[in-house]
Design a protein around this ligand. Structure first.
Ligand SMILES: [Zn+2]
Ligand SMILES: [Zn+2]
Length: 135
């Protein structure tokens, strides 16, 4: 699959049975819809603003960023914001194929997770293991 941001071929990284497509060139990450669901479940983050349904039903975000194409269907992706202070701008396939995070955007969101849960630490550990293993 090609990176929607830079066009490089992405690599598949697998950790705890969750597969992500990762671009080694620009460090962006693609979550397939099913993988995102599995990821949120594994991290106990169901019901947060990261759910694909919520993102797809939310209004399109104003952005000067170029529209990107979904790496699965080739359709133009919708810009959506998730999180607060700062809002993180992500790309979502309007057909629901998945979500694209630019480099660092997953990290920005993680710092906003509720601290009462273990989710924050779990996600950081997860991503740390995924990405350091492949460098
Ligand atoms: Zn890339
Ligand atoms: Zn698509």
């Amino acid at each position: 699959m090609r990176c929607p941001a830079c066009g490089n071929l992405m690599i598949v990284v697998e950790h705890e049975n969750i597969e992500l497509d990762y671009c080694v060139n620009c460090s962006g990450v693609w979550f397939d819809a099913g993988e995102l669901e599995l990821f949120l479940e594994t991290m106990e983050l169901e019901g947060t603003s990261l759910s694909l349904d919520d993102i797809l039903t939310s209004p399109e975000a104003e952005s000067a960023e170029k529209k990107r194409k979904c790496p699965i269907c080739g359709g133009k992706m919708k810009k959506a914001t998730v999180g607060h202070e700062p809002e993180v701008l992500i790309d979502a396939c309007p057909r629901g194929d998945g979500l694209w995070f630019d480099s660092g955007e997953v990290g920005q969101l993680i710092t906003q997770l509720p601290e009462k849960s273990d989710s924050q630490g779990r996600v950081i550990t997860f991503l740390g293991e995924v990405f350091t293993a492949r460098d």
